[in-house]
Design a protein around this ligand. Sequence first.
Ligand code: DX5
Ligand code: ZN
Length: 215
Amino acid sequence: MAFIAPSILSADFLHLSRDVEMINQSEADWFHLDVMDGRFVPNISFGLPVISAIKREAKKTLDVHLMIEEPGKYAEDFKKAGADILSVHIEACPHLHRNLQQIKSLGMKSGVAINPHTPVETMFDVLHDIDVVCMMSVNPGFGGQKFIPHTLQKITKLKAEIKRRGLNTLIEIDGGVTLENASEIILAGADVLVAGNTVFASSDPLATIAQLKQC
Ligand code: DX5
Ligand code: ZN
């Protein structure tokens, strides 16, 4: 059974407290929080004060996905804001090994996010230091996009390497996850499904989360 991580990017920011409480009450496992800087990605979302506020009410793991340049400058601030898992983009980190050590030394789980065009092999040499691979199945920056099918092959390849080396690294799939494609994604080897639009555009988010959990 996969973990489900609803993405707050698609929540109603005017009623954030209500949506956080909905996730608390649901079968979801993590909160997925997308931070965008308008430089690494062509969009700006939310940052530290919003995450601190969510932390006060959230009863589940905070999974923070940094789509920002120079994430190392802010790792300590995100720890203070309440991040449990901190993911940095491999494309934004010329010294990825150092970023991973920093995240772990701050007491968070380490995550590496990877864009659709980046070969998954580029992280194999630090795989033993990664707790969660956040594999992008859309181009990062926006919710509600369509799943890129080639991701399935990347999942299979990564899963095989994780198994071969006996690691516990989790594979999280981020972007375009729906009730229709969730089973196929899990079958390929995903451990965690992020879902923004699928959960928050649904007429019954609680039921949709329960359905995703059954996939
Ligand atoms: C995209 C973000 C995703 C996004 C997913 O850049 O990283 O987490 O919120 O949204 P959906 O599930 O709507 O594709
Ligand atoms: Zn994300």
